[in-house]
Design a protein around this ligand. Structure first.
Ligand SMILES: Cc1cc2nc3c(=O)[nH]c(=O)nc-3n(C[C@H](O)[C@H](O)[C@H](O)COP(=O)(O)OP(=O)(O)OC[C@H]3O[C@@H](n4cnc5c(N)ncnc54)[C@H](O)[C@@H]3O)c2cc1C
Length: 372
C-alpha cells in the first residue's frame, strides 16, 4: 500500500490553517507554538472586554480530527532542508523531529517593541491571545494607559481601553497625524475628534524617549501618565527559522509566485512571506497565500496575484474602510462625520478611505486600479 506524502505546516495562524485545510490526499501536520488552538487573531481585542478565549477559536478540536490534521504543540527551532525534517521543542521540554515531503512556513509576524531607558519593568503588545489576556489583567487595575503607535491597531486598542476600563488613555504617534499610511491629515482629524470624545488623548509628532513605571517621557520634556504601556509600533515577519536554515530571506521569507522558497519543497505563506520585495501583514493575503501554497504543494498551483489591500475598522464609533494604497492626489468629499477620500495617480484610482460611508464601500473597492 502506498504511504501518503507528508505535508508539514509551521504556524497555526490564518495562513497555516487555510493551507492545512486545503491539503488533501496527504498526511498533514500543523505545528503551533501557541497555547490555544488556532483562533481569529483579528478578534483578540474582544478579550479586553472579557470575552472567553474559546469564543475566538477558528475550529473546535474535533474539526482537525475529522479532517485528519494532526496538531503538534511546540515551537519549531530548526528546519533541516537536506534531511527534510523539522525540530520541535514541545512545551513539556521533549524534542521531536518531524519528517516532511513538503513544508509550508506560515510563522506570521511578531509585534515590534522599542527598548526605552528609564527602568520600566513591564510593557505590553497585542499580537496573541495570551498578550490580550495579560493586557486585560493589567488594565483591570490600571489608572492610566498609554499606547505608542497611532496606526489602525493602536487606535482600536486605545478606543477599546477607554470604553471598557474608563481610565485616561493616550496615543502617541510620531508622524504629524494619525494613520499616516492610510489617511490624509484632514481625514485623520475626524478620527482624532471622535477619539477625544471617547476620552482618548492623541499626541502627534510625539517621540517616546524613556519610561518608568508611572510615566512615559517624550522628547521636548512632556510626560504622559502610563501605569500600563503598550506598543503598537508595527510588526516584523517571523523569518528567523527560515534564515538559519539557509533559506533566502529579505524583510520576510522570499517566495516566487507559486510561494516556493529557495529550498526544495519548502513554501512560505502569510505575513512571514515576501513576494516581489513586499511583505503583506493583512488577513486577506494570509488566507489567499495559505490556499495558493497548498495548491502548489499538491502540484496544481497557479501564480499568486495578491488582491488589493483593504481594512474595515470601527474606531471610536466611526466606520473606517481603507482600500488599495493612499498614493497620489487625494480627492475629498465630505459632509458631517462622513468623509470619502479617493487617491488618484496618473489617472488611475490607487486607493480610497471612507469614514462612515458604508454605502459606498463596494463601489470604492471596485474602483481600485481603474482609470478615473
Ligand atoms: C489585534 C489585531 C487585529 C488585526 N486586525 C486586522 C484587520 O482588521 N484586517 C486585516 O487584514 N488584518 C488584521 N490583522 C493582521 C492579521 O491578523 C494578520 O495579517 C494575520 O494574522 C497573518 O496571518 P498569518 O497566518 O500569516 O500569521 P499569524 O496569524 O501571525 O500566525 C502565525 C502563527 O505561527 C506561530 N509561529 C511562529 N513561529 C513559530 C515556530 N517557530 N514554531 C511554531 N509556531 C510558530 C505564531 O505563534 C502564530 O500562531 C490584525 C492583527 C492583530 C494582532
Amino acid at each position: 500500500m502506498d504511504t501518503l506524502k507528508k505535508a508539514v505546516v509551521i504556524g497555526g495562524g490564518i495562513a497555516g490553517v487555510q493551507a492545512a485545510s486545503r491539503l488533501s490526499g496527504m498526511d498533514v501536520t500543523l505545528i503551533t507554538e501557541e497555547e490555544y488552538l488556532p483562533y481569529y487573531r483579528m478578534r483578540i481585542g474582544e478579550i479586553l472586554r472579557g470575552s472567553d478565549p474559546s469564543s475566538l477559536l477558528i475550529h473546535p478540536a474535533e474539526w482537525y480530527e475529522e479532517k485528519g490534521i494532526k496538531i503538534v504543540r511546540g515551537a519549531v527551532s530548526e528546519i533541516d532542508t537536506a534531511e527534510k525534517n523539522v525540530h520541535v521543542s514541545a512545551p513539556d521540554s521533549s524534542d521531536l523531529r518531524i519528517p516532511y515531503d513538503s513544508l509550508i512556513i506560515a510563522t506570521g509576524s511578531r509585534a515590534r517593541t522599542l527598548s526605552l531607558p528609564g527602568g520600566r519593568k513591564e510593557s505590553h503588545v497585542l499580537r496573541t491571545l495570551s498578550d490580550a489576556l495579560s493586557l486585560r489583567k493589567a488594565l483591570l487595575s490600571a489608572d492610566s494607559f498609554a499606547v505608542i503607535g497611532g496606526g489602525l491597531l493602536g487606535l482600536e486598542l486605545a478606543a477599546e481601553a477607554a470604553e471598557s476600563f474608563h481610565i485616561p488613555v493616550s496615543v502617541i504617534e510620531c508622524a504629524d497625524h494619525l494613520l499616516p499610511r492610510q489617511l490624509d491629515a484632514a481625514s485623520s482629524e475626524v478620527i482624532e475628534k471622535a477619539l477625544n470624545a471617547k476620552g482618548v488623548e492623541v499626541i502627534t509628532s510625539g517621540n517616546a524617549e524613556s519610561a518608568d513605571d508611572d510615566f512615559l517621557y517624550l522628547s521636548g520634556g512632556r510626560k504622559v501618565s502610563a501605569s500600563v504601556l503598550a506598543f503598537s509600533a508595527g510588526v516584523c515577519p517571523a523569518k528567523e527559522i527560515a534564515e538559519s536554515a539557509g533559506i533566502k530571506t529579505g524583510r520576510g521569507i522570499i517566495v516566487d509566485r507559486h510561494l516556493r522558497t529557495s529550498a526544495p519543497d519548502v513554501y512560505a505563506a502569510g505575513d512571514a512571506a515576501e513576494l516581489d520585495g513586499k511583505t503583506f501583514g493583512l488577513a486577506v493575503h494570509a488566507r489567499e497565500m495559505g490556499s495558493t501554497a497548498a495548491m502548489s504543494v499538491m502540484g496544481c498551483g497557479e501564480d499568486y496575484i495578491p488582491s488589493e489591500p483593504s481594512a474595515l475598522l470601527k474606531i471610536a464609533g466611526l466606520d473606517v474602510a481603507s482600500f488599495g494604497v493612499p498614493e497620489g492626489d487625494a480627492r475629498v468629499e465630505s459632509g458631517g462625520e462622513r468623509r470619502r477620500t479617493i487617491f488618484v495617480k496618473d489617472g488611475i484610482v490607487r486607493g480610497a478611505v471612507l469614514i462612515n460611508d458604508k454605502a459606498f464601500m463596494a463601489s470604492a473597492k471596485a474602483m481600485i486600479g481603474k482609470r478615473i
